[in-house]
Design a protein around this ligand. Structure first.
Ligand code: PGA
Length: 255
């Protein structure tokens, strides 16, 4: 973390977990546990049907509620999708785009990730943009090339001005939900490589002001070491975001 230059963001990704009642209970439990811990932004990204309950429970606290995806069109014949206009109308400011599970199971490509990102930004939302290499790519030694290409394709058409509404989540796909974590050195190296690409695209000032999270089996045990790295500005947390004590420990590691 380098709090002098950029904001630390600890975000939970609930994925397909929690009914509205479960989300309410979870937020009510964690709210007092993270109260006053203002050295980082705290966000939970929730399934669409759970957002309203989570927002109601989080009201007046330092917890923000986001969505897990957004479509690129404003409205129309896209069964099952939700637009940025709909999300902002519901008071949702943050949205995850390009999560590897979307890419792996639902056919998302850098092109659709880019379109969704541009639409979310145009609607005034803040985007948590996920990217990262698969295991074969890391083993082949091409992680740098992969994350560089993804960063460029996913951010195509995003202006330097809009970068203040972008958070990048570096998520090595082999570390997501597997219990395997990138070492702090691997996380630092790749987050640094992504920042180098941002320097190339937007210059040093924008690159240094952009929050780059690490995601992939971050938990209460490994968070402090990962977050101690200068280029790791927070975490995107799946499994451990469903357990109040574990998530709070990660928030504490960011203080
Ligand atoms: P995990 O998920 O923490 O369960 O590995 C991270 C993510 O998918 O964002």
């Amino acid at each position: 973390m380098n709090n002098a230059k950029r904001r630390t963001v600890i975000a939970g990704n609930w994925k397909m977990n929690f009914t509205p009642a479960e989300a309410t209970a979870f937020i009510n439990e964690i709210k007092p546990m993270v109260a006053g811990k203002d050295n980082c932004d705290i966000i939970f990204c929730a399934p669409y049907v759970t957002i309203a309950a989570a927002q109601a429970a989080a009201e007046g606290s330092n917890i923000k509620i986001g969505a897990e995806n957004v479509h690129f069109a404003e409205s129309g014949a896209y069964t099952g999708e939700v637009s940025a206009k709909m999300l902002t109308a519901c008071g949702v400011e943050y949205v995850i785009i390009g999560h590897s599970e979307r890419r792996q199971y639902f056919g998302e490509t850098d092109e659709t990730v880019n379109k969704r990102t541009l639409a979310a930004l145009a609607a005034g939302m803040k985007v948590i943009l996920c990217l990262g290499e698969v295991k074969e790519e890391r083993l082949a030694g091409i992680t740098r090339e992969i994350v560089s290409m993804q960063t460029k394709l996913d951010l195509a058409g995003v202006s330097a001005e809009d970068m203040k509404n972008i958070i990048i989540a570096y998520e090595p796909v082999w570390a997501i939900g597997t219990g395997l974590t990138a070492t702090p050195e691997q996380a630092e190296e790749t987050c640094g490589q992504i920042r180098d690409v941002l320097v190339e695209l937007y210059g040093k000032d924008v690159a240094e002001a952009t929050t780059i999270q690490y995601g992939g089996s971050m938990n209460d045990k490994n968070a402090a070491e990962l977050l101690s790295k200068p280029n790791v500005d927070g975490g995107l947390i799946g499994g451990a975001s469903l357990v109040a004590s574990k998530f709070t420990a990660i928030v504490d590691a960011a203080q």
